[in-house]
Design a protein around this ligand. Structure first.
Ligand code: FAD
Ligand code: NAD
Length: 475
């Protein structure tokens, strides 16, 4: 095997593997080096997202939602199922098998696109060489014209909450529990806290979420965040805001968590404690002396808007660089870089990156929140449409939530779209496309939406922005 490539990518997560595939499509010789090891010791491509993030969490969210619906909602449809029982081992087997299929899929895509996939640790040396240490300790050095760093991120750990991987765990451990904890504590009411809290709540845990901030989901439009908070409370997620955790200690079979809030000091007893307080860029053992690649003060690899680092022909993409830690953001950066290396056009529109929280109801948004638009001082209008008025949502027995659009008064430009409700993560794609094309609110108003579909909620929200909604009362 040649040790000289046009492009060497370090990291085969959703930022690195698309960079490698696109480089292959661009007829460049490319290798992708990844050191991921699963809990059974097996190596796999796909990074955090496929092995321990997006995919396994969505598999469990789907299964747990079906379980909860079978228990609590089927009767309303006139479906009598008797005593609904949980087979967690089967649920976890399904999760693992989906992950395996998807990660094997990357190997197939590598083969089809001429990418040399290499399991091992990659370290950038000066002169765009990459030292690769294989799982068996063997070493080789690859010479590259261009190197793409896509080393991803790892969970933030709290000093006062010592991780042991059994009782005090991170999100990866929490995706692989083999029994439903009777009492689950979660530190952090961010995306992971809410998604994993929902999974285990639906499967029967008493879930307490401790969030340091006083405000719930500050990055989300606050109309939507308030609606979400109401639903999560109804579902039995006990979310404590303004909760400052001072310690957590394994005691017997459980964990004692000490925290304080406006009401004073508290001790919470749980069986498992998940720490989900954010992720940090992962660059351990990635850069040898003298590469010229700089990190910023938070440890992110410094890049420009085209993901160029300070070192010539060294690029960096995904969670290891600034911007939201989202798989699709990393993917677009990886593709952009591989196109730029090949001399093609490449760009990422950082203003139009959708976000989705896969709870029930789902939360999805793109662009600016109403609070951000207001703070910016531009005159704006708002249209909302409740799923309670959607025939399709009613038919699905999922008529909670709303679609909301925030648009400029001066030129009618769509500035932000926010959805909480059924399939919000799918619905937001229309808004992303609209904003990518700088659509006006009128463009959405004049676009025909099939009836009865959930997407009509976006149509009606756009109409409501000009008090022209048909299926809801304009206010
Ligand atoms: P990673 O996926 O972290 O991949 C980096 C890879 O590089 C890893 O395989 C690592 O082993 C390897 N690596 C690192 N250093 C080296 C080295 N020196 N040599 C060789 N290999 C190396 N995002 C979404 O958009 N949607 C979701 O639904 C979603 N759900 C999530 C759920 C959970 C529980 C978690 C934890 C995250 C979730 N995310 C989600 C975030 C998403 O997983 C990340 O944004 C994404 O994985 C980042 O991609 P990446 O390629 O930059 O890094
Ligand atoms: P996050 O930033 O979404 O949430 C962390 C939460 O923890 C915040 O609300 C923060 O205020 C709180 N917090 C921080 N320190 C705390 C402390 N000491 N005590 C109590 N609360 C504290 O981070 P996350 O949920 O860990 O997720 C990590 C990353 O993974 C995110 O950037 C997210 O984008 C990504 N992710 C995305 C998805 C998705 O797209 N659906 C799903 C999961 C994860």
């Amino acid at each position: 095997m040649s040790d000289s490539f046009d492009v060497v990518v370090i990291g085969a997560g959703p930022a690195g593997y698309p960079a490698a595939i696109r480089a292959g499509q661009n007829k460049l010789t490319v290798a992708c080096v990844d050191e991921w090891k699963n809990s059974d010791g097996s190596a796999a491509f796909g990074g955090t997202c496929l092995n321990a993030g997006c995919i396994p969490s969505k598999a469990l969210l789907e299964s747990s939602e079906l379980f909860q619906r079978a228990k609590d909602e089927f009767a309303v449809h006139g479906i009598v199922v008797g005593d609904v029982k949980l087979d967690l081992a089967a649920m976890q087997k399904r999760r693992a098998s989906i992950v395996k299929t998807m990660t094997n899929g990357i190997m197939a895509l590598f083969r089809a696109n001429g990418v040399t996939g290499i399991h091992g640790h990659g370290r950038l040396l000066p002169g765009n060489r990459v030292q690769v240490t294989g799982p068996d300790g063997s070493e080789r050095t690859l010479q590259a014209r261009h190197v793409v760093l896509a080393s991803g991120s790892s969970p933030v750990r709290l000093r006062a909450v010592p991780h042991d991987g059994v009782r005090i765990v991170d999100s990866w451990n929490a995706l692989e529990f083999d029994a439903v904890p009777r009492r689950l504590g979660v530190i952090g009411a961010g995306v992971i806290g809410l998604e994993l809290g929902s999974v285990w709540r639906r499967l029967g845990s008493e879930v307490t979420v401790l969030e340091a901030l006083e405000q719930f989901l500050p990055m989300v439009d606050q109309t939507i965040a308030k609606e979400a908070q109401r639903h999560f409370k109804k579902q039995g997620l006990d979310i404590k805001l303004g909760a400052k955790v001072s310690s957590a200690e394994v005691k017997g079979d459980g964990v004692e968590v000490r925290y304080s809030d406006a009401a004073g000091d508290h001790a919470l007893q749980v069986d498992k404690l998940v720490v989900a307080v954010g992720r940090r860029p992962f660059t351990d053992e990635l850069l040898a002396e003298g590469t010229g690649v700089l990190l910023d003060d938070r440890g992110f690899i410094q890049v420009d808007e085209h993901c160029r680092t300070n070192a010539p022909d060294v690029w960096a993409v995904g969670d290891a660089v600034r911007g939201p830690m989202l798989a699709h953001k990393g993917k677009e950066e990886g593709v952009m870089v591989a196109d730029l290396i090949a001399g093609h056009f490449g760009e990422v529109n950082y203003k139009v990156i959708p976000s989705v929280v896969y709870t029930a109801p789902e939360i999805a948004w793109v662009g600016q929140t109403e609070e951000q638009v207001k703070a910016g001082g531009r005159a704006y209008k708002v249209g909302t449409f409740p799923f309670a008025a959607s025939g399709r949502a009613r038919a699905m027995e999922a008529a909670q939530g709303m679609a909301k659009i925030v648009s400029a008064v001066d030129d009618d430009e769509v500035l932000g779209v926010h959805v909480i409700g059924p399939m919000a993560g799918e619905l937001i794609a229309e808004a992303v496309l609209a904003m990518e094309y700088s659509a006006s609110t009128e463009d959405l108003q004049r676009t025909i939406h099939a009836h009865p579909t959930l997407s009509e909620a976006l149509h009606e929200a756009a109409l409501a922005a000009d008090k022209k909604a048909i299926d809801a009362i304009n206010r």
